[in-house]
Design a protein around this ligand. Structure first.
Ligand SMILES: [Zn+2]
Length: 136
């Protein structure tokens, strides 16, 4: 059985992964007064204004599905026993687009559906943010 690959840990992304392991979706937010936009994926500088001062804040975990596809042949053999699965593009309530997976069985039509983050075991000491349909 091929093990799943893991994301690379860096000082920049550490708060994101620590948040996932604690069941919290963390995003960076630019501190520049004329920007204050949310940033995902974790970076050293704001992609909107170029500012270098980004705080970490807990996101709502909510968003809606912008696009999706059903994966039958995964990009890595470690995910082979999990196919088929739904790969999602989620527009977070805070603005950034996040690629992820759907937890659970996919309904027929996903675009525009409300979702919320859930944190799924990926391997030792590692949880991944997935999304589930949020009908509530
Ligand atoms: Zn900025």
């Amino acid at each position: 059985m091929t093990p799943k690959p893991n994301p690379r840990n860096t000082p920049i992304n550490a708060p994101f992964w620590e948040g996932c392991n604690a069941g919290r979706l963390m995003l960076q937010r630019c501190t520049a007064a004329d920007c204050e936009r949310y940033v995902y994926y974790p970076r050293a500088c704001c992609p909107h204004c170029g500012g270098g001062d980004l705080d970490w804040v807990e996101a709502s975990g909510k968003g809606h599905v912008a696009s999706w596809t059903l994966v039958h042949r995964p990009h890595h053999a470690g995910f082979g026993r999990e196919t088929p699965y739904v790969f999602l593009a989620v527009t977070l309530a805070e603005g950034p687009l996040m690629y992820s997976r759907l937890a659970g069985t996919p309904p027929r039509d996903l675009v525009g559906r409300s979702v919320r983050a859930v944190f799924v075991e990926h391997g030792p000491d590692r949880k991944m943010p997935f999304f589930e349909i949020d009908d509530g």
